[in-house]
Design a protein around this ligand. Structure first.
Ligand SMILES: *Cc1c(COP(=O)(O)O)cnc(C)c1O
Length: 376
């Protein structure tokens, strides 16, 4: 009975900390004794491990996923006069990076089955001066990279992957992030691999680009005290390198766990009048489990009354954000699939350490909602 009244949070990150606590604590003490607070050996070790995990030659650790995207566009030489194509259904940071370098964003619509970039739509909306395409592996599902690679080759585009939600996901056997010229990761605490604060990473095969990004993240220094070009302070903190280094070996197991939870949702909800996540591109690491229903608001309220937390990713698409008009970006296009998705999507609780009882509680509550009839 107690279980029945227990709240189900949208996420609970404490379980991940408990999993590394015993091994991380002595190392944290060592870090404090050594004062390796910014970059340093923990960060370098994590860069090596992460590059190997993704299957890329170089990994450059930074202080956020947004910084990772910014540095990748800078290293790619994208700037004023250039255009970059990206999906309208994404977290706004993908757009920021394009604007930071002074390029013009072109938005494309999404595949309604997955919520990820519709590559055919990207092709239709392509304009002269388009230099790069930014596939976003949203919710943990890889974009159709075969289609992206074909389009990129045809139009001479660089590929900059936003992998903030898809650590370890594979497309045709290759880790996403290692397929394009640059792969940009976020280690924001709630991501599949999360720091004890902010963090990010760019992976690339290009050694020169990696060297440039290492300089840019550290005030433009290739050598100490020589500020070769306009730089930034995008350094990763030592603590984050340490925590992430301890978590990385556990990530494959955590991903399996996310997939098991998703499978339970799929089995429990299959016969309801809902659109469940479609797994099209071989692999899905379920950063989020996003269902769709025209009765989203009613269902959300019903679950909330039963102490089940849900999320909406995202409630307002990029092209409808106030900043979009404030920045005087082109608004002559429409994104009907994005608009519809935005109105209907609901993210269910899914986190490492979620108990069977919690999963069943969510499933039962959703079943009850539809059994009781529409209550919009
Ligand atoms: C989280 C996220 C980012 C930004 O990462 P931060 O570390 O928060 O700066 C970028 N793109 C997507 C798709 C994200 O989910």
């Amino acid at each position: 009975m107690a279980e029945q009244c227990a709240a189900v949070p949208f996420a609970d990150l404490s379980i991940q900390w408990q999993a590394i606590r015993e091994r991380a604590l002595p190392d944290l003490l060592k870090l404090f004794e050594s004062s390796e607070y910014c970059l340093g050996s923990w960060v370098s070790a994590f860069e090596r491990d992460f590059a190997q995990y993704v299957g890329s030659r170089h990994a450059v650790a930074v202080n956020s996923g947004t910084s990772a995207l910014h540095l990748a566009l800078l290293a790619a030489g994208i700037g004023p006069g250039d255009r970059v194509i990206l999906p309208s259904h994404t977290f706004v940071a993908t757009l920021w990076a394009v604007l930071y370098v002074g390029a013009e964003p072109i938005l494309c619509d999404i595949d309604p089955r997955t919520g990820t970039m519709d590559v055919e739509d990207a092709r239709r909306r392509m304009l002269p001066g388009c230099k790069a395409i930014m596939p976003v592996h949203l919710y943990g599902q890889p974009v159709d990279m075969q289609a992206v690679l074909a389009l990129a080759q045809e139009k001479g585009l660089l590929i900059i992957e936003d992998v903030a939600q898809a650590h370890g996901a594979r497309f045709a056997g290759r880790s996403v992030g290692s397929i394009g010229s640059y792969g940009c990761f976020s280690f924001y605490p709630g991501k599949n691999l999360g720091a004890a604060g902010e963090g990010g990473m760019v992976v690339t095969e290009d050694g020169q680009a990696a060297e440039k990004m290492r300089a840019l993240r550290n005030h433009g220094q290739y050598q100490r005290w020589i500020h070769q070009e306009l730089g930034y302070n995008y350094r990763m903190e030592g603590i984050q390198g340490l925590i992430l280094g301890h978590k990385l070996p556990l990530l494959p197991g955590w991903t399996d766990e996310r997939r098991r939870i998703a499978k339970r949702y799929e089995e429990g909800l299959a016969d309801l009048p809902l659109l469940l996540p479609r797994v099209l591109n071989h692999d899905h690491v379920f950063h989020l489990y996003v269902i769709r229903t025209p009765q989203r608001e009613g269902l959300r309220r019903y679950l909330e009354e039963r102490l089940i937390q849900t999320g909406i990713h995202y409630p307002i698409p990029v092209h409808r954000q106030p900043c979009y008009t404030q920045l005087q970006l082109r608004l002559d296009a429409e994104y009907p699939q994005t608009d519809l998705f935005t109105e209907q999507c609901l993210s269910l609780p899914l986190f490492v350490g979620m108990s069977d009882a919690q999963i069943e509680r969510v499933v039962a509550a959703i079943r009850d909602y539809f059994a009781e009839g529409s209550r919009e």
